[in-house]
Design a protein around this ligand. Structure first.
Ligand code: ARG
Length: 584
């Protein structure tokens, strides 16, 4: 695997292990030198020795070993860090191993491939997707792509809300409209209008409300006519979600829909298993589990309600059945829930009850990958000017309109160098800007939706990184013959200029950045890395002539640096679900 951290790791790890078995070397990319080894501090503490002394000892031994061939300078600094400056020759040798394709660029290889279920998207049928679902879709998709790229086996599940008492009124409204008209309205994507009209009828008309309640009973008993109407409602919504996901470039499709209704036949069993495990408590006619450690504001134990007093199964019951299904039928080792932070407590309780019920016997991990709210430019919840839910299709249309002026504006109002690709580029930039803005902030924080910032051509944005990538390709269009030369490996000269060196170092850090992003389900770490790489490239390109470099071997070497940059930027954007247009 290319990348210098594994080599530094290999030079130090056995020495730390000798002094104390299992003690980690803790190597990381450093700001002050190239790499920093931090392991001497915890090790010295465990051994009861001065950390600088331990660091000196380990460094001297490493230097006698492979380190001298790798580094031009190594020293103990501060309380006991080891700072390393890699030699230019070692950098060139490592760069030569870079090959297009995620793993060839230094992507991490886990010890064990896992079967991972990623629960993301999760919109509700017959309702407009809101920005929370948009976030879940974008973040979830990046996580899916990263997990797949490191070799895990991923099952995508879109846990849509397609069941519950609401469907009584929705089916009744469908009947009132007539199936044809209802189908038309839903096909037009006016899910919100349909839902609001049903709600209004329910509230204003007692007769309608009565029918809606009777309809719920028919649904619960599986009456065939009612089920067919319900199905058509859900299908229309799924069609609509499908279009949205497709437009967004999110991998979710109708085949990934495993909605709440899917779990209906399993709910009785869930309850009887909880009962057999002695976990069920009846409280005011409802069936509950009280997992320890959860309390309300007054300190009273908090129930996870599985069946309400009317005998209806809850959202929690469905989620418990989903845990069972995912770990048992799908044999998942890891289940990742990409769901907003307001559901933290719900999920924590579901996970705990699953554990108490003894369903997690193979060390299965259930992880909530939460995220904050989307705020408008005013810092309040993101809404339309009228105060309604922002429609994804309108959001994307606006993104493209604004991206058009960015792209066309940059090419002097003619966009002639884009030839016929303008629309495609505009789409890639517009959608990319929205996705990147969402992915580049630490997901647990709220993020502010700001058109000007996300579409800016300088800063930590998609257009900036896409532009750096397109610039690399434009060099190759001009290079012609030299292109083919640079594609051969081994063309890297030891980087001599500081900008070359920094670019090389950034290229060799892809694997670490990627590993951090996957391990923490933290796409923003990959974004930060790509921004740094694009910035290093910009600096390099301003200082170091490529095609006009003074010697032929330097032209080839710099072209090879450009090629590697282009490959890493394109791969990184792809991992985030963002396109990298060839021209911009
Ligand atoms: N439909 C839910 C909502 O809109 C999200 C589903 C999240 N996934 C889950 N397994 N609970 O809030």
């Amino acid at each position: 695997m290319p990348g210098l951290v594994p080599l530094v790791e290999a030079a130090f790890a056995p020495l730390f292990d000798q002094l104390r078995p299992g003690a980690p070397a803790l190597v990381r990319v450093s700001q002050r030198a190239d790499y920093q080894v931090d392991g001497a501090l915890p090790l010295a503490k465990a051994l009861g020795r001065p950390p600088r002394e331990v660091a000196e000892e380990v460094l001297a031994k490493a230097w006698e070993g492979d380190l001298a061939a790798l580094c031009e300078k190594a020293e103990v600094a501060g309380p006991g860090f080891i700072n390393l400056t890699v030699s230019a020759e070692a950098m060139a040798a490592q760069l030569a191993v870079l090959r297009p394709g995620a793993s060839g660029l230094g992507a991490p290889r886990p010890d064990r491939t896992l079967r991972v279920v990623v629960d993301y998207g999760g919109p509700n049928a017959a309702k407009q997707m809101h920005v929370g679902h948009l976030r879940s879709s974008i973040i979830g998709d990046a996580i899916v792509r990263m997990l797949e790229a490191v070799g895990h086996e991923v099952v995508r599940e879109n846990h849509i809300g397609d069941w519950g008492a609401n469907f009584g009124m929705l089916v009744e409204h469908l009947v009132d409209l007539g199936e044809d008209r209802a189908a038309h309205e839903l096909a037009m994507g006016d899910l919100e209008g349909f839902y609001q009209a049903a709600r209004a009828a329910y509230e204003a008309d007692p007769g309608f409300a009565e029918r809606a309640r009777a309809r719920v009973v028919m649904l619960q008993s599986g009456e065939p006519g009612t089920m067919a109407l319900w199905r058509s409602l859900v299908d229309a919504s799924v069609n609509h979600f499908d279009q949205d996901f497709h437009r967004l470039g999110v991998k979710l499709s109708r085949d990934d829909v495993v909605g709440e209704s899917y779990y209906n036949p399993m709910l009785d069993r869930v309850v009887s298993e909880l009962s057999e495990a002695g976990l069920l408590v009846e409280s005011d006619g409802a069936l509950c589990v009280f997992p320890p450690g959860f309390a309300n504001r007054d300190g009273a134990p908090l129930p996870l309600i599985v069946r309400n007093s009317a005998g209806g199964y809850t959202y929690a019951a469905t989620d418990l059945a989903a845990v069972r299904d995912r770990t048992e039928r799908l044999r998942a080792d890891l289940v990742v829930y990409v769901v907003g932070l307001p559901q933290s407590q719900h999920l924590a309780m579901v996970f705990e009850v699953a554990r108490m019920a003894g369903w997690l016997t193979r060390g299965e991990q259930l992880v909530h990958v939460g995220f904050g709210n989307v705020l408008g430019p005013d810092g309040k919840m993101f809404r339309t000017r009228q105060g309604g839910t922002v429609k994804l299709s309108e959001l994307l249309a606006e993104a493209e309109e604004r991206a058009r002026s960015v792209v066309v504006g940059r090419t002097g109002g003619t966009a002639q160098d884009l030839a016929g690709d303008v629309d495609e580029v505009v789409r890639a930039v517009g959608t990319g800007a929205i996705k990147y803005a969402d992915l580049s902030t630490d997901r647990v924080r709220d993020y502010r939706f700001d058109w000007d910032r996300m579409l800016s051509l300088d800063g930590n944005t998609a257009p900036y990184i896409q532009y750096a990538h397109a610039r690399v390709l434009s060099i190759f269009r001009r290079a012609g013959e030299a292109t083919r030369l640079a594609e051969r490996s081994g063309d890297f000269l030891p980087p001599a200029d500081p900008e070359e060196r920094e670019l090389a170092k950034a290229l060799l850090s892809f694997g670490e950045a990627f590993a951090d992003a996957v391990d923490g389900f933290a796409p923003h770490k990959l974004c930060g890395y790509l921004f740094d790489l694009a910035s290093q490239f910009t600096r390099f390109y301003e200082k170091c002539p490529v095609l006009n470099a003074p010697a032929a071997d330097l032209v080839r070497s710099r072209l090879a640096l450009c090629a590697a940059t282009g490959a890493v930027l394109a791969t990184g954007l792809d991992l985030l679900g963002i396109q990298a247009p060839e021209r911009m």
